[in-house]
Design a protein around this ligand. Structure first.
Ligand SMILES: *[C@@H]1O[C@H](CO)[C@@H](O)[C@H](O)[C@H]1NC(C)=O
Ligand SMILES: *[C@@H]1O[C@H](CO)[C@@H](O)[C@H](O)[C@H]1NC(C)=O
Ligand SMILES: *[C@@H]1O[C@H](CO)[C@@H](O)[C@H](O)[C@H]1NC(C)=O
Ligand SMILES: *[C@@H]1O[C@H](CO)[C@@H](O)[C@H](O)[C@H]1NC(C)=O
Ligand SMILES: *[C@@H]1O[C@H](CO)[C@@H](O)[C@H](O)[C@H]1NC(C)=O
Ligand SMILES: *[C@@H]1O[C@H](CO)[C@@H](O)[C@H](O)[C@H]1NC(C)=O
Length: 493
């Protein structure tokens, strides 16, 4: 890693509202997405799939060590669903389930907002996603363009009508137990089954499940977020992440104005992600994975998301030319490199070493094939180097590009794991990752001859994607999360 902790204290400042997750007055929200990052249909009795738990801890006047919790988001707020007016919201969006969720997120943000410099911030975001797709329902655009019903399509699972549904979202508001603060969101995508077996869904076989519990001792250490995700026969493709998203603009994969934790700066009234600009930021957190296995359980030690067009211009909401860019380090030991000398389409065209040296993927002596799980290209890229492999055109509202990497010595210089098993079960660790420098050197597609865009990241997260594998259970905790940027980038307002 290129700087020491001492340097960091002197020269770097936090880009997130709650550095190291140490603030007693927690801000956390939850969101659920369908295959193409929309709502589609709400789960009855749970409202639009956005909710939050935000509170201030008040020390009672005159009584030392006596506290009360002042919640900012009511049950009524959390149950807001399509058709119901959102306080301060734009009524134009109240009757559209997709736009309603985006509007609700902005509203919850206003309830949770913490004043800060240079900008207020809102919450950590728990993200859930169901990968099922009903191709006959024609709910998801293909590379951003509307398509009609079709099928069957072996790339997707669907047990029938409703397969793209959202989970139940039960909520235990944060409360004080002795000197410990504790709260939770949990539920299942098997909504009909849940109502008959409520209370035991976390134990029930063949029933999907998620749970996120947060816990902290008042005045001490970090919040600890404990995550559990379980897939079922009907819901074999599920995701659960803890995200640190920009406080405004499009966050990775989401084409609506989002709310979050990264204190993005506005420049000339345009939303510009000024803070997390490659190569100048690092990410720190503690991860303790305690359960999970199998090559289809992709645990992302680090997942970063952004958006830019193939011509090197920033995204502007036009889903036919905006391209979501993702990069993920998968630490599940069973995950193998698909990129190989005889499968060049699954490798990025070249690898760039930290010293700037580039090695082409056809250079079998020097290209680090084992460092890559796979690369896929945006569906709207016009000048791909062949052979190429296009990304799933449906799983984003717009075309996407994904670069998935694996533990390998070439990433060691950035503080990332260098061998299988590092950071996995039995090896809890505090990571200090030079995500900025790494993301500067990773390959992402741009049209030939266009000026390379300044890479600005709008979502930094971690968690798991189980890809079409029923009956998998994964459990892990995250604490101490922080993102550091050079002090200079904050002082200029
Ligand atoms: C948490 O919420 C669930 C569902 O609302 C409820 O059944 C349970 O009793 C709550 N647990 C605690 C510890 O409050
Ligand atoms: C799991 O559930 C599905 C649908 O509810 C059912 O078709 C399947 O037989 C079940 N599998 C097992 C092993 O119980
Ligand atoms: C970002 O990093 C580059 C290369 O290390 C350096 O030249 C530049 O001054 C840095 N920018 C800031 C704002 O610190
Ligand atoms: C990791 O989690 C396990 C299981 O909860 C626990 O026993 C262990 O102490 C944790 N390790 C660290 C370093 O937090
Ligand atoms: C850059 O680093 C790579 C990998 O360590 C090494 O093989 C190569 O010789 C280096 N190039 C230069 C110019 O130092
Ligand atoms: C490798 O790819 C580069 C770039 O496409 C090309 O110029 C070169 O001829 C190729 N080398 C071999 C051995 O195929």
């Amino acid at each position: 890693v290129s700087f020491s902790q001492k340097d960091a204290t002197d020269l770097y400042v936090s880009a997130v509202g709650d550095p190291g997750m140490r603030r007693d007055g927690l801000r956390v929200a939850i969101e659920s997405w369908n295959q193409c990052n929309e709502v589609g249909e709400e789960t009855p009795n749970f409202g639009s799939p956005r909710a939050a738990d935000c509170f201030d801890l008040i020390e009672d006047a005159g009584k030392k060590d006596c506290y009360s919790i002042q919640h900012k988001v009511t049950e009524q707020d959390n149950l807001l669903g399509v058709g119901n007016p959102i306080p301060g919201g734009n009524s134009k969006f109240f009757n559209n389930v997709d736009l309603y969720a985006a509007e609700k997120e902005v509203y919850l943000g206003s309830r949770c907002k913490v004043e800060d410099k240079p900008n207020p911030w809102h919450f950590w975001m728990i993200m859930l996603k169901n990968g099922n797709m009903d191709t006959y329902a024609a709910l998801c655009p293909k590379d951003g363009k509307k398509v009609g019903p079709y099928g069957p399509d072996g790339r997707f699972d669907c047990f029938g009508k409703g397969c793209m549904n959202h989970p139940t979202m039960y909520h235990n508001y944060t409360k004080l137990v002795g000197t410990t603060l504790i709260g939770r969101f949990f539920g299942t995508w098997d909504v009909d089954i849940a109502t008959s077996k409520r209370g035991s869904i976390d134990q029930a076989k063949n029933i999907s499940f998620y749970s996120v519990t947060w816990e902290k001792e008042i005045g001490k250490d970090s919040w600890v977020f404990r995550h559990v995700l379980k897939t079922s026969t009907r819901f074999p493709w599920l995701m659960l992440y803890l995200r640190s998203d920009a406080i405004q603009g499009f966050s990775g994969g989401y084409h609506y104005n989002s709310r979050g934790m990264i204190k993005t700066k506005m420049i000339k009234s345009r939303i510009v992600q000024k803070y997390l600009e490659s190569p100048n930021f690092t990410v720190r957190f503690t991860l303790n994975v305690t359960r999970g296995r199998g090559s289809k359980t992709q645990f992302y030690l680090m997942d970063m998301g952004s958006c830019w067009k193939n011509n090197g211009k920033p995204c502007d909401g036009d889903v036919t030319s905006d391209v979501t860019r993702y990069s993920e380090m998968i630490i599940t030991p069973e995950t193998e490199p698909w990129c190989k000398p005889d499968r060049l389409e699954l490798c990025p065209p070249y690898h760039t070493f930290l010293n700037g040296t580039r090695v082409h993927r056809n250079d079998t002596k020097n290209f680090p094939y084992d460092a890559y799980h796979m690369h896929c290209s945006p569906g709207n890229a016009k000048h791909l180097e062949e052979p190429s492999n296009k990304c799933d055109p449906f799983s984003n509202p717009q075309p996407q590009e994904i670069l998935q990497i694996l533990p390998h010595p070439v990433w060691g210089e950035y503080g990332y794991p260098t061998q299988k098993g590092e950071g996995w079960i039995g090896d809890p660790k505090t990571w200090w990752l030079d995500v900025g420098k790494m993301s500067q050197n990773l390959y992402f597609y741009q049209d030939p001859g266009t000026r390379p865009i300044k890479r600005r990241w709008t979502s930094i997260d971690l968690g798991v994607e189980v890809y079409r594998d029923p009956d998998q259970v994964i459990e892990w905790t995250v604490s101490d999360f922080n993102i550091l940027v050079p002090q200079g980038s904050v002082l200029q307002t």
